[in-house]
Design a protein around this ligand. Structure first.
Ligand SMILES: Cc1cc2nc3c(=O)[nH]c(=O)nc-3n(C[C@H](O)[C@H](O)[C@H](O)COP(=O)(O)OP(=O)(O)OC[C@H]3O[C@@H](n4cnc5c(N)ncnc54)[C@H](O)[C@@H]3O)c2cc1C
Length: 459
């Protein structure tokens, strides 16, 4: 008799797992049923800011695979608008609520894939029913925001609360739509995924876009007129707003897992082993924004909610469910973003992470250009490296600059992944021609500078 795999969450991690399992096991061996409370499968939340800005004109361009494709080409049954409300591990069944028609369905499982993603943090002051306040997590959130922006009269003043990469990308999108935008950040600087000295470069660029940036400031409430937001309230007074975007980060969505008794790790995510199995709970797997994973540099469990990990982890889980063998080797936190033309890349540990992990280190900043200085279009590029003392092992890297900056972080990510020292890196055979790099690539200049700093530190 066929086994049944039930998938909770039909986006990146869940459907990567389902597709891989199907590739390895036919329908008469494995029935697959996926539940999602939303309207879509396998969509790109990462593309939402570019849909809002108008760069990507159609919502459906962000959908990689529709439910019909899963049904027809993969023989995977997808039940959208079904919210799973309980997992019963003893009876091996899930309970789901039909959000459109009402009522409850129960589905037994032999294997369970937990892929519920993360929940955006929504502070108490945003908990009411005030119109014009948006979290940004799903295509439904994007559609609701577009509806608000296109209404008559159109909003003119936006406040983005939180300066992480989603807040920054949304701020840029709203500027491009012609709104005046204020970004409010509780910390001293937005873009805390890089060190403050690198974030400063990004902040300068954001200001030149016309973005107002208020730092060291907490939002404490909202003002409203006729049920519509009219301002955000801070300790330093109100800031007018007819649309508010929340970019306050996310937490792993583990309510169901916790209630079912699945083990959670110190970062709050579901614990998994290298094959994405939930330890101690046979036949249960988890992947994506709801799990925690190993940071390969610090050795610590971390929650890093990125689409690139969700896809890879889901794939690993699916291969294993399908009877193959695959492992997820952990993360080093490589991420890229941009503010208009300014690109930002980061990998590994920031200075504060290196301190927390107990490393002794040097850090250097090297300023260079993306192309030969004489070549048209040459623009500044700043590379920061953090290297362990005395070994010289690379611990982290950050890049800020114009074209060709962000994806240069991949060179550094490969070096970091392979535990290279900055001494080794000075000899890397990187490509050179004037349109692409100066004769000494910015990465090599930074590595040389780190070697000098280590020597100067009496290593
Ligand atoms: C605006 C934005 C920009 C981003 N940009 C990037 C980027 O540039 N690069 C990058 O790597 N990552 C980016 N991300 C993060 C990336 O989108 C996520 O890491 C990725 O979507 C996680 O995939 P997932 O499958 O784990 O979770 P999700 O994509 O969140 O999917 C989880 C699914 O589970 C469903 N679900 C949850 N609970 C239940 C339940 N009880 N019953 C039924 N269904 C349920 C949800 O409806 C959802 O569809 C961005 C995210 C956002 C919001």
């Amino acid at each position: 008799m066929a086994q049944r795999l039930v998938v909770i969450g039909a986006d990146a991690a869940g459907m990567a797992a389902a597709s891989q399992a199907r590739r390895r096991r036919e329908r008469d061996d494995l029935e697959i049923v996926a539940f999602d409370r939303g309207h879509f499968t396998s969509y790109s939340a990462c593309g939402i800011p570019y849909w809002i800005s108008g760069l990507v004109p159609e919502r459906d361009q962000l959908i990689a695979r529709a439910p019909e494709t899963f049904r027809e080409s993969f023989d995977i049954e997808v039940r959208l608008r079904h919210e799973v409300t309980a997992i019963d591990l003893d009876r091996r069944e899930v309970v789901a609520r039909d959000l459109d028609r009402g009522g409850e369905v129960r589905a037994g499982f032999d294997l369970l894939m937990y892929a519920t993603g993360a929940n955006p943090i929504r502070p108490d002051w945003a908990g009411g029913d005030v119109g014009g306040v948006f979290g940004m997590q799903t295509l439904d959130d994007g559609a609701a925001l577009l509806g608000w922006l296109d209404a008559d009269p159109a909003p003119r003043h936006a406040v983005v609360v939180g300066g992480g990469y989603i807040g920054v990308e949304m701020a840029e999108a709203l500027i491009q739509r012609g709104l005046s935008v204020t970004l409010v950040e509780r910390d001293e600087q937005p873009m805390s995924t890089v060190d403050p000295d690198m974030a400063e470069l990004v902040v300068d660029a954001m200001r030149t876009l016309g973005l107002q940036i208020r730092t060291g400031l907490s939002v404490t409430g909202l003002e409203q007129r006729d049920g519509r937001v009219s301002a955000v309230v801070t300790e330093e007074g109100s800031i007018p707003a007819d649309v508010v975007i929340l970019g306050l980060g996310v937490r792993p969505n583990v309510a169901l897992a916790r209630a079912a008794g699945l083990p959670l790790g110190p970062s709050g995510g579901v614990r998994v082993d290298r094959r994405m199995r939930v330890p101690g709970v046979p036949g249960v797997w988890a992947a994506g924004d709801c799990v925690e994973t190993l940071h390969r540099v610090s050795g610590m469990p971390v929650h890093v909610p990125l689409g690139t990990y969700a896809n890879k982890q889901g794939r690993v889980a699916g291969i294993n469910i399908g009877g193959g063998y695959a492992t997820f080797a952990g993360v080093i936190g490589t991420a890229v973003t941009k503010v208009c033309d300014l690109e930002v890349g980061r990998t590994g540990l920031r200075e504060r992470d290196a301190v927390t992990a107990g490393f002794e280190f040097v850090s250097v900043i090297a300023k260079s250009t993306n192309r030969a200085g004489y070549y048209p279009g040459a623009r500044p590029m700043t590379v920061k490296l953090i290297a362990e003392k005395p070994s010289g092992r690379l611990l982290g890297a950050q890049i800020v600059g114009w074209s060709e900056a962000a994806k240069r972080i991949d060179t550094l990510a490969v070096a970091l992944w392979n535990k290279m020292t900055v001494d080794d890196m000075t000899a890397l055979d990187l490509g050179y021609a004037p349109p692409f790099a100066p004769v000494w690539d910015p990465v090599l200049i930074a590595a040389r500078k780190a070697v000098d700093a280590l020597a100067g530190s009496g290593r």
